[in-house]
Design a protein around this ligand. Structure first.
Ligand SMILES: Cc1cc2nc3c(=O)[nH]c(=O)nc-3n(C[C@H](O)[C@H](O)[C@H](O)COP(=O)(O)O)c2cc1C
Length: 165
């Protein structure tokens, strides 16, 4: 018997099997409250100037904050940051409660101990289907030696021990 699998299901299956890193992207809303979400749509765009992008679902509660603030901070998560990864992927309204964070010089909420941090100024906002693409220029950048967290088939984990074999 022929099975019918929709393009959407095949698309989701392919993208779900496309391994990525994981980021938490934060910003500050108009009232000065921190906002943010877990995102794996983050990617680099340009070297000169340094540009990055990420995509936000039209249903995301933090979308308006990203639109209004004009700045965002990308945290490339470290392998031991699984808990915070799921927390920022939840609908929890007070994601920043019980989480260590501080306000940067650029007035962005910054989480400690990530693998990398980029604070960006939004230079372009593109509507694309049910997502909005935010393109930002990197204004401040920091790196640690922490290994990154990976995302693959709805699970997160560390780089496999045999990676370099
Ligand atoms: C690994 C992972 C990657 C995700 N990537 C994205 C993404 O790139 N864009 C997006 O809009 N949502 C993404 N999500 C889902 C959001 O994190 C989730 O919908 C979150 O609840 C949105 O929070 P908010 O409604 O407070 O903005 C991802 C979730 C996970 C677990």
């Amino acid at each position: 018997m022929e099975t019918h699998i929709s393009h959407t299901d095949t698309f989701k299956a392919i993208m779900g099997s496309y391994p990525t890193g994981v980021t938490i992207i934060t910003t500050t809303d108009l009232e000065g409250n921190p906002a943010g979400l877990t995102a794996n749509s983050f990617t680099s765009v340009s070297i000169s100037p340094l540009l990055v992008l990420f995509c936000v679902d039209e249903k995301a509660g933090s979308l308006s904050a990203f639109r209004e603030s004009g700045r965002f901070a990308v945290h490339v998560l470290a392998e031991d940051q699984q808990e915070i990864c799921w927390r920022f992927a939840s609908r929890e309204p007070n994601k920043f409660n019980d989480v260590k964070w501080s306000l940067s010089e650029r007035k962005l909420p910054v989480l400690p101990d990530c693998a990398g941090l980029m604070e960006c100024k939004t230079v372009n906002v593109v509507e694309a289907g049910d997502h909005t693409i935010f393109i930002g220029e990197v204004e401040h950048i920091e790196k640690t030696d922490n290994e990154p967290l990976l995302y693959f088939r709805r699970k997160v984990g560390s780089i496999p021990a045999n990676w370099n074999e």
